[in-house]
Write a protein that binds this ligand. Structure first.
Ligand SMILES: Nc1ncnc2c1ncn2[C@@H]1O[C@H](COP(=O)(O)OP(=O)(O)OP(=O)(O)O)[C@@H](O)[C@H]1O
Ligand code: SF4
Ligand SMILES: [Mg+2]
Length: 327
């Protein structure tokens, strides 16, 4: 049975100014099953945040454009939705946790007022007492004493601020939670606590989730499925076990794994993937990873690779599709 809460099909997104066009997301497709968590990993500039902002229709108004594709959430194409419909969906049905808590927090309002705001917007019939009780409940859920709700964001540490943001995201019990690098701005010990808390709350509430990160460790701890993004494309997709224990991998995914330190091997330095992501205003023909790929073949520079599929595992690379053609 198909029980996908989100289906993205052939989505393309550009940022266009008078001077240039940035090809940020290039025809990606994926589906998220209800109650599951999908991880999106990839280097800076891969198009992860652009994908998230497209789902919420929060791309910058003048420059960000969805050029093609569909984003179907619970049976409704969000690309076709009106702004009024989107306002009902944001916060209540789909909530987002941004990387920097201060993007979401307003310094001049108390945290209690800010948590209550989305609740009031989406529950006009709730009394003040009911709203207050729910704010207390959600603060307790994220480990903050409810009596602190009268305090302002600057009175909280970075980790506590991110807990407030998580409380804001969860207060309306959204069906889909998008967490965009939710712990990057925090120090390492706090990161682990916040990830654990997101995981526990997700499990308790049964929320479907998209976890955006460049940290493969976080993906391993939280995700059922994983999409690896490079230059606006999903170049490898599969279950967590396809990605973490599968034998076949896209050369870029291999590079990502090689660039993380191994605890059991003494290494003098990390092995980052040499080279840089291509200029998104002038993407290479053929495979976008070809300028950096150690296994690049002639065909890679001219022909966009198709998808090689093995069960749930998809790899967009000529190394695999060409093998298939010759057998
Ligand atoms: N408002 C914007 N105007 C123009 N280009 C943009 C804008 N926002 C992002 N981009 C460009 O679009 C591409 C994708 O950016 P995006 O922020 O989606 O990447 P990301 O994978 O989230 O990266 P990071 O890991 O750094 O957050 C990049 O080349 C980026 O420079
Ligand atoms: S298609 Fe070619 S260049 Fe691209 S990742 Fe595969 S082998 Fe490397
Ligand atoms: Mg981002």
């Amino acid at each position: 049975m198909n029980d996908n809460i989100l289906e993205i099909n052939n989505l393309g997104v550009i940022y266009k100014t008078d001077l240039e066009t940035v090809y940020a997301v290039n025809n990606i497709s994926f589906a998220l099953e209800r109650g599951k968590t999908m991880g999106i990993v990839g280097e800076t500039g891969a198009g992860k945040t652009t994908t998230a902002l497209s789902i919420l229709r929060l791309l910058p108004e003048r420059t960000g454009h969805i050029t093609n594709g569909s984003i179907v959430f619970d049976g409704m194409d969000l690309i076709e939705a009106t702004e009024v419909e989107m306002q009902k969906i944001r916060g209540e049905k789909i909530a987002m946790i941004f990387q920097d808590p201060m993007t979401s927090l307003n310094p001049v309002h108390t945290i209690g007022e800010q948590i209550a705001e989305s609740l009031i917007l989406h529950n006009k019939d709730k009394s003040k007492d009911e709203i207050d009780a729910r704010v207390d409940e959600v603060l307790t859920m994220v480990g903050i004493t409810p009596s602190r709700k009268k305090e302002y964001p600057h009175q909280f540490s970075g980790g506590m601020k991110q807990r407030v943001v998580i409380a804001m995201a969860l207060v309306c019990e959204p069906d889909l939670l998008i967490a965009d690098e939710p712990t990057t701005a925090l120090d390492v010990t706090i990161q682990a606590q916040v990830i654990l808390m997101i995981r526990e709350l997700r499990d308790r509430l049964g929320t479907s989730m998209i976890m955006i990160t460049h940290d493969l460790g976080i993906v391993a701890q939280t995700c059922d499925n994983v999409g690896v993004m490079y230059a606006g494309e999903i170049i490898e997709y599969g279950t967590a076990s396809d990605i973490f224990t599968g034998e076949k991998h896209h050369p870029y995914t291999k590079g990502l794994f090689n660039s993380i330190p191994k605890l059991d091997v003494q290494e003098d330095r990390l092995n980052p993937i040499p080279g840089l992501m291509p200029d998104p205003t002038n993407l290479p023909k053929g495979c976008k990873f070809s300028p950096r790929c150690p296994q690049c073949m002639d065909i890679c520079k001219v022909e966009q690779p198709g998808e090689y599929r093995e069960g749930t595992h998809i790899i967009a690379c000529h190394l695999f599709t060409k093998i298939l053609e010759t057998v």
